[in-house]
Design a protein around this ligand. Sequence first.
Ligand SMILES: O=C(CCC(O)(O)[C@H](Cc1ccccc1)NC(=O)c1ccccc1)N[C@@H](Cc1c[nH]c2ccccc12)C(=O)O
Ligand SMILES: [Zn+2]
Length: 587
Amino acid sequence: LVSEEAAAIAYLEEYDKLTADIHYQYTKAGWIYETNITDETLANMTDWSLKLSDFKYREAKNASRFDLSKINNKNITRLLRKVMNIGIAASPDTVKLKKISDIEGEMAGIYSTAKGCIDVTTCLPLEPDLVNIIANSRHYEELAAAWKGWRDASGKKMKHLYPEYVNLLNEAITFDGKYEDMGDYYRSDYESPTFESDVRALFQELAPLYENLHAYVRRKLRQHYGADKFPNTGHIPAHILGNMWAQDWTNVYDILAPYPNKGSNYTITRMYKVAEDFFTSIGLNKMPLLFWQKSMLVKPIDREVICHASAWDFGNKRDFRIKQCTTLTDEQLLTVHHEMGHIIYYLAYKDLPYLYRDGANPGFHEGMADIVTLSFQTPEHLKKIGFLDDVPAQNEGDINFLLRMALSKVAFLPFGYLIDQWRWSVFRGDTMPDSYNEKWWDLRCDLQGIFPPVERTNADFDPGAKYHVPGGVPYISYFVSFVAQFQWHKALCKVANISGPLHRCDIYNNTMAGSRLNDMLKMGSTRPWGEAMLKITNGTDGQTNKLSAAPLLEYFGPLLKWLQENNRMYNERIGWDKKKCPNVQSA
Ligand SMILES: O=C(CCC(O)(O)[C@H](Cc1ccccc1)NC(=O)c1ccccc1)N[C@@H](Cc1c[nH]c2ccccc12)C(=O)O
Ligand SMILES: [Zn+2]
């Protein structure tokens, strides 16, 4: 009699090959669609996504015939559970699954081909045109036109699709009674019953740092744009922070600090080579030849594409690509490092069973993508690669550098947190369609301390103006990533024997740091993520298997002190009125 375990092992070996093959086809169909949006490529992608759902449904049934209680090998039972964890593919109603794919395809199509009108004759795509206006214009009205134009052309156009999308996802995911709603399923990736309260606690711990940065930035912007643009509720207009979603404020650094970081005489390919050089300098992998042959690194001129950056693993251990409409800006150089970080993670776990080729949790994949930016952006490093002419003098150089880092890493925190607060409340049914936009602005105003430059009503659908909402891509992973990457940075600097303040640590060329990082990366999702966290932090004074805000607060400690002194010196109020948002109609 073949033991239950031996039968399961034989089954999983067969499954591993089948799943890699069908995922290759599905990923290829996705790539063909995203790099050439047509009715045919959309139909082909939808066809393959249904074939994949069908495959997952069949194999989940096959795997359920094994009695897990008779298998004590934890690795085998973990793999079998992953075969059976198939999300909405658990629903036998393929008509419903097709409808979900169709709605997702329609929303992605609206988002990626939308042209926002900035006046009656000029309508522009988001990337690079509207993004560049929001980044570079310093005219209040011009910024407001681009901000409103984008939302009218994207979110507003897909508002009617979202309620049915939510209902269909909830019906599919609750079919076999394993999950409360789609938000519950998204959170299950973190394998922790306390995940939701853990991230809330982290956010509250980080709020004072954000509020002090917000107060400083508000004062500097008020000086530039005039006090009449700033209501006495304490909110900042959402469209003058250099980013279409006010999630990253580095583009207004020139208004906020004496000497701006200028771009440089780079080419697109050089940006990718610089990023690759960073990873190889710490002993991680080079990009495979196929990467350079098959990636889409610039926006094509002859067809519609999905410009939002992404990193692709075709599942055959060889084919890894980036799709990005790359342009020559500082922010884009960061995104190049971000996307390549995903590829590095893919390469680290490519020889694991297919089911384990994943981040330890979604936040780890995003965090890995970002970890190098903590070293890459140090003045020392930027000088080494010719991005900065000279390293600023010690003290005020420190503050300016920390301010610049805070404009992306601290400014982002409430945004990274709030998108899924909104989405989870929608999936729970706490937020109904007639208050989608009101709930969105409640969160945006109360947590980010910003307000819309033009009147918003529930006829608008501003969540739909952010890629990840129509894209069905979870967002709390970025909040988790921004916390975890500082824990890793602290640990890797320790392992690398680099002393001094955390914000001056550059792990470039340090293979000890790289090898400790790689030890975590090659685990993939073989173990619950706490073990992966411990793999990096082990033996350092930040040792833990949990998320902790302490390293982020340590990194920005000198800046917080400076901000508190500066805000006190100008008698600047810290914070803003909650539940009072200008320009938002409440029901
Ligand atoms: O969306 C992105 C970058 C795109 C991505 O690399 O995260 C991409 C998003 C995506 C996910 C799923 C389908 C399609 C696109 N994620 C990946 O490519 C990816 C790869 C492997 C595992 C998980 C995600 N960044 C976020 C925020 C952000 C966090 N850190 C950053 C650094 C620089 C720029 C942006 C960000 C944003 O733009 O709002
Ligand atoms: Zn990413």
